[in-house]
Ligand binder design. Structure first.
Ligand code: ADP
Length: 396
């Protein structure tokens, strides 16, 4: 019996492994998705198998997810039980950094893997874990095509002026550039706009990807022109636990006057700041919306204020605005945040329809609004699965 060709997608974080399985006999169709988290601590597995089997949620033993290799093998054994006829022909990986070179997904050879390792200092918190996922998958599927899909790639189209910092030139040559991230999400949204609203796609669009990580991207004709994240995924909007844009002088102050080490500052900026740090309560927007404390409200105020500021800045970079698109957990679900972002934005041509917004419609602007406001659920895994299939077909 011939086996069904499938693509496995992997997104390996510091202590988590997200996976999804796609039937790629035709255009990719999702069969299953899941997550192993708290790897190396008190690991858990959550998985959804669509119509094939009931969803699964269970605590794992330490041995079942000691590291990424064992976590992958545990997830795979659950998948194999439910999809015995599937054959993984391609494994697609989310890799945060493609450096200045990669503007497209790439088949991973030993040489590519080595180049990606050399980029680790640019994203020390993410890249080594992404590559641990690649190595685990290479061991598990020695015959499958391994494909890397980069968060930075989508932004390689931005003009040079959005690629540089005001530093002496030698640093640019060393790779200190404005890369931008969340590219898989923006790529997906760009494709969806082309399908749903081709005229909007061809125009000037700002996409607000508002999740635990958050950024915004200005596009023209579906290509990135400017984004709020820079050299690292720390810049731009405040996030669940990250500062977003901050005066670099604060770092000098914390180190020189407060006696903090660089690692402590890094930990502060990446893991203890943002919504969590400001509210003193949670990094979760749902919790903050429900809390009603002064600190939670201030955290929400600052989040909204920075989105509005970046909206104005990106619109200037695009020379105007034809549409604003919300995506990510907060963008797709929080009508409060969407309403507050769009409040009083008539000057830029945005008029929100409160009822459409409350219903979570796709189009949430009024008929009179010059620029459209849309809610489009993002799907980074599907972008990876499509790239995997494309490269697999090309290799054949
Ligand atoms: P990640 O960046 O980790 O993929 P998500 O895109 O899933 O994160 O977004 C997580 C965020 O979305 C959390 O702050 C969560 O509170 C928020 N969120 C999810 N649903 C809602 C909702 N109904 N209202 C407000 N915020 C929500």
């Amino acid at each position: 019996m011939t086996k069904t060709p499938v693509a496995l997608t992997l997104n390996a974080g510091s202590s988590s492994l997200k996976f999804a399985l796609y039937d790629i006999s035709g255009a990719p169709v999702e069969l299953a998705s899941g997550l192993v988290d708290a790897i190396g601590a008190a690991p858990r597995l959550k998985a959804d198998f669509g119509a094939a089997a009931p969803a699964l949620k269970r605590d794992l033993t330490a041995a079942e997810a000691r590291d990424h290799v064992s976590a992958l093998s545990t997830a795979l054994s659950e998948l194999r039980q439910r999809f015995p006829d599937a054959k993984a022909s391609v494994v697609g990986h989310r890799v945060v950094h493609g450096g200045p070179v990669y503007s497209e997904p790439v088949a991973i050879t030993a040489q590519v893997l080595e180049e990606l390792r050399r980029l680790s200092p640019f994203a020390p918190i993410h890249q080594p874990h992404n590559l641990a996922g690649v190595e685990a998958a290479m061991a598990a599927f020695p015959d499958a095509l391994q494909v890397a899909c980069f968060d930075t790639a989508f932004h390689r189209s931005h003009p040079k002026v959005n690629d540089i910092f005001a530093l002496p030139r030698e640093y640019y040559d060393k790779g200190v550039r404005r890369y931008g991230f969340h590219g898989l999400s923006y790529d997906y949204i760009s494709g969806e706009l082309k399908r749903l609203a081709p005229l909007v796609h061809d125009g000037r669009v700002i996409v607000a990807h508002l999740g635990n990580g958050a950024s915004m991207c200005g596009m023209i004709g579906g290509r990135s022109i400017a984004s709020t994240m820079g050299f690292t995924a720390l810049d731009g909007l405040p996030m669940g636990t990250r500062t977003g844009q901050i005066d670099p002088g604060v770092i000098f102050y914390l180190v020189q006057q407060e006696g903090m080490s660089i690692d402590e500052v890094r930990q502060l900026f990446y893991s203890k700041s943002g919504l969590l740090g400001m509210s003193g309560l949670s990094n979760d927007m749902r919790t903050l919306e429900a809390a009603g404390t002064v600190e939670a409200n201030e955290a929400i105020d600052y989040f909204v204020f920075r989105i509005r500021r970046e909206l104005g800045g990106l619109a200037a970079a695009l020379g105007g605005l034809d549409a604003l698109v919300f995506c990510g957990g907060i963008g797709e679900n929080s009508r409060l945040i969407r309403e507050r972002v769009c409040e009083g934005m008539g000057w830029i041509g945005l008029e929100l329809d409160r009822e459409r917004n409350a219903r979570n419609d796709t189009l949430i602007s009024t008929e009179m609004s010059r620029a459209r406001v849309l809610v489009v659920p993002t799907n980074e895994e599907l972008v990876i699965a499509r790239a995997g299939k494309r490269l697999l077909d090309a290799a054949a």
